[in-house]
Design a protein around this ligand. Structure first.
Ligand SMILES: Nc1ncnc2c1ncn2[C@@H]1O[C@H](COP(=O)(O)OP(=O)(O)OP(=O)(O)O)[C@@H](O)[C@H]1O
Ligand SMILES: [Mg+2]
Length: 255
């Protein structure tokens, strides 16, 4: 059974059909790419899957359960984590605190414990610290643990966001343009980090990306979206040579 299976997903914003009859399957351990021109509907699909919007039609079966209509925090607790196209880090918190924040909805000491320095609370905090440091090490940014994210280069901030997403121990990680706004050198680093995270955690990843080079070198299969519809699906080589894809990207068919 695929880890996630999406059937006939359609979404309208008023009269605008942003996603039309979208279908996909991602198996455990796969890294699947979703590409397409600006406004194609890629981020909307992630927003539909994570419960930000409720689809007009369709099913999202995650780990055997239809999650359509569930709230974002429930979907996150079921094991879907994401990063955002535009960074969403808390600027007044340190890198370590940003990463730890993701786990606070899950910890067990409750409201009373939060105000009392109970042993359970101290123990939970220590565990969270250890887990957050472990992720910062995995992403090779532990030296920035006490920095404010806004003082750090963009590429590092992106990695903080990935670490935060991993804090909930997701089964599926959605990355929405993780290299947006980066220099080529930063981009190479983030690609390496994605590979490493995937390998070490055995994670299933769904990646939205504009940069062809990155998608082609990371993903086994790719879907191409244009005006809310899938116009091509296949291996990087199949996609690269598909005339509909070339047309969508360049506006002309290259023969
Ligand atoms: N909240 C919203 N309300 C109304 N229209 C929206 C909303 N969010 C997205 N849209 C529209 O839906 C379409 C798909 O947008 P979406 O952000 O999903 O595209 P995208 O493929 O992620 O594009 P990009 O590559 O620029 O990030 C666009 O026409 C966009 O203007
Ligand atoms: Mg987008």
């Amino acid at each position: 059974m695929p880890l996630i299976q999406i059937k006939n997903l359609t979404h309208f914003f008023g009269g605008l059909r942003a996603v039309h009859d979208f279908n996909t399957e991602i198996n455990q351990g796969d890294l699947k790419g979703l590409i397409g021109p600006n406004g194609a509907g890629k981020t909307t699909i992630f927003n539909l899957v994570t419960g930000v919007y409720k689809p007009t039609e369709g099913e999202v079966i995650f780990d055997g359960t239809n999650i359509v209509g569930k709230r974002p925090n429930i979907i996150s607790s079921m094991g879907i984590a994401r990063t955002f196209q535009n960074l969403r880090l808390w600027t007044h918190l340190s890198v370590l605190e940003n990463v730890k924040m993701a786990a606070y909805s899950r910890i067990r000491y409750g409201l009373v414990g939060a105000f009392l320095n109970t042993r359970a609370r101290i123990h939970e905090e220590q565990l969270l610290d250890e887990k957050a440091y472990e992720l910062l090490r995995l992403l090779e940014i532990e030296q920035y643990a006490d920095f404010r994210p806004s003082n750090l280069p963009y590429g590092i901030q992106r990695r903080v966001e990935i670490a935060r997403a991993l804090m909930i121990e997701p089964k599926l990680l959605l990355l929405d343009e993780p290299t947006a706004g980066m220099s080529p050198a930063e981009m190479e680093d983030v690609m390496d980090v994605i590979r490493k995270v995937r390998h070490e955690l055995g994670l299933t990843i769904w990646l939205i990306e504009h940069r062809m080079k990155l998608v082609m070198s990371l993903c086994e299969t790719i879907q191409v979206l244009d005006f809310g519809e899938v116009i091509a699906e296949g291996t990087p080589d199949e996609i690269k040579n598909n005339p509909r894809v070339i047309k969508a990207y360049l506006g002309t068919v290259v023969t």
